[in-house]
Design a binder for this molecule. Structure first.
Ligand SMILES: [Zn+2]
Length: 114
């Protein structure tokens, strides 16, 4: 799901798009807030925008995912080799072991996706 198709977060999403375009996105982002506001959707859209094989400039977004290429589809399905989605477990919290695993995997070169 491209950034431009997400409802709400009107000021935030173009800012994220610009940061991706300018290569100034922080090394980590924390999406927090009440349940059901689209945090996961926005995070997946950011991952798609970064990894999209055919990014676009459209509707006020300096860079946005196409939502249709192999990379976008794999991220949407949760099977992209370079995108790790961390979600809270049964306790509702993210465990330190989950973060350690991601930090360890981040040290490896990206696999890429074509
Ligand atoms: Zn794409």
């Amino acid at each position: 799901m491209p950034l431009r198709t997400i409802v709400g977060h009107g000021r935030l999403l173009p800012l994220l798009s610009r940061a991706i375009t300018n290569d100034t996105l922080p090394p980590s982002l924390l999406f927090s807030g009440p349940a059901g506001i689209g945090k996961r959707r926005a995070a997946v859209a950011v991952a798609q925008t970064i990894n999209c094989l055919e990014p676009r400039t459209v509707d006020g977004f300096t860079r946005d995912a196409c939502g249709e290429c192999a990379s976008c589809k794999r991220i949407e399905r949760g099977v992209h080799p370079d995108v790790i989605l961390i979600e809270p477990g049964d306790t509702g919290t993210i465990k330190i072991e989950q973060i350690r695993e991601v930090v360890e995997r981040a040290a490896y070169r990206p696999f890429g996706c074509a």
